[in-house]
Ligand binder design. Sequence first.
Ligand code: ADP
Ligand code: MG
Length: 300
Amino acid sequence: MKNQVLEIRNLRKSYGSLLALDDFSLQVNKGEVFGILGPNGSGKTTTLGILLDIIKPDSGQYAWFGARPFSNQRARIGALLEQPLFYPYLSAVKNLEIIADIKNVAYGEIDELLEKVGLTGRKHSKFKTYSLGMKQRLAIAASLIGKPEVLILDEPTNGLDPRSIAEIRELIIDIASRGITVLLASHLLDEVQKICSHVAILDRGKLLHTGRVDEVLNSSPMLELQADDMRALHLALQHSGVVDEIVSEGPIWLVRMNKETGPAEVNKMLTQQGIYLTHLAQRHKSLEKHFLELVAENHA
Ligand SMILES: Nc1ncnc2c1ncn2[C@@H]1O[C@H](COP(=O)(O)OP(=O)(O)O)[C@@H](O)[C@H]1O
Ligand SMILES: [Mg+2]
């Protein structure tokens, strides 16, 4: 498939007796913002390490851009794994120039990158004077030197304050909107929910679920309904033929409709029977709920 950026097939990796990755397979296509979501120790960093040829798997394969060996594709991939090493007494510009030298890339793109990550005003300051958030933004700029087609990020907001977290997330969304495919590992549900188009849920080295984030979120929409006469509402719903489940939740009925029925149709159907809703809202199963259910099943 020509849009395929990454294919992972049946990766397995153990550290001694610990199985860190168990038959892990995945596809990532161009333009996706792909989140690998899993609790600490689930094998995310191991996966990224394998994909960057830093860790050797026991078995299984992967291919970037449908090709091998990895060394031929390396320049197309930008990565931010551990804290990168910058020289504390050198400026942001100088540090990026050193990285450009290592990557054998001209300095031309450095100013633009610093602008993109919002460091233009401080680009001549010494690295050691930077806040954690600024350091992380510089690290992202460094990973973008050489115009990679893919950006790999491992827990990019770890240890940052809320404002820096928001900045980094916006920056990742901005980078993705320019057509760079992003592969991001995170143990934070809301991070994946906010940034990613696709998700793979990993637990104890096993892939539990993969798909579009919005599909996970929309997998089972429920309707919250309220009317002056809750009994009449209940009866009407029961006999409507489009309801799969009705649950009482405090003052509301929480209703799961069958797939074809939307909120507007429910409202119309009830109105026709003289029942006027005082409250109608859609409730999506959160990624968090889905995630917790999957992990609980995997531990059962
Ligand atoms: N170098 C190593 N030696 C031994 N065990 C390791 C090593 N690296 C990771 N592990 C173990 O492998 C599992 C997966 O780790 P890791 O890939 O770092 O998970 P994550 O990034 O999801 O937190 C964990 O149980 C971890 O303790
Ligand atoms: Mg990790």
